[in-house]
Design a protein around this ligand. Structure first.
Ligand SMILES: [Zn+2]
Length: 189
């Protein structure tokens, strides 16, 4: 049973741990409502909140399954505007709906203290299942699309460094804050 007062902060795998480079296994739809999966989801939300992430993929907490969570995603260009509510996506599939790219500085709980600008596709179709086993099928655009692409990459053994086209923006957090943050937009975890 999990409930209030029963929170668990999970250990986050860091770059170099082989689990971050594996393709995660799909969750059998009949098991989505199992206590193990529901507990994993709750613990991932607790872990993401503890470390201030915008998103978290199950392999990052040593569970090699196709499951991700995201926090409420605020508009980085307009303070306090909610672009996407917190979500759970199981067995996610992304289809690109445009070739148009956008880029933001991204960070990652598994790549601590580094930020870098990553090109992503601006508009996607996101399919999968929510934590109740209901089908998800929706279009996502802008910064939330970036977050989902970052997290789905984790389920395929890819980290944001692999997606960078130019390492000139790769920065430690302290230097990012000093030299880039005013002009650079936000960070996705
Ligand atoms: Zn990440």
């Amino acid at each position: 049973m999990s409930g209030w007062g029963d929170m668990a902060i999970l250990k986050v795998a860091r770059l170099g741990h082989p689990i971050l480079r594996r393709v995660a296994d799909p969750v059998e739809p009949g098991l989505i409502k199992s206590p193990d999966i529901q507990r994993l989801i709750d613990d991932m939300f607790d872990t993401m909140a503890e470390y201030g992430g915008v998103g978290l993929a199950a392999p990052q907490v040593h569970s090699p399954v196709q499951l991700l969570v995201t926090e409420d995603i605020m508009d980085p260009d307009a303070d306090d505007e909610l672009l996407a509510e917190r979500s759970v996506v199981i067995n996610p599939k992304i289809t690109f709906l445009t070739v148009e790219e956008i880029s933001y500085f991204e960070g990652c709980l598994s790549v601590p203290d580094l930020r870098g600008r990553v090109p992503r596709i601006r508009r996607i179709r996101l399919q999968g299942f929510d934590r109740d086993g209901n089908r998800i099928d929706r279009e996502v655009e802008g910064f939330p699309a970036v977050v989902y692409q970052h997290e789905v990459d984790h389920l395929n053994g890819i980290v944001f460094l692999d997606r960078m086209q130019d390492f000139a923006t790769l920065s430690y957090l302290q230097e990012f804050d000093r030299y880039w943050s005013a002009s650079a937009g936000p960070v996705a975890d």
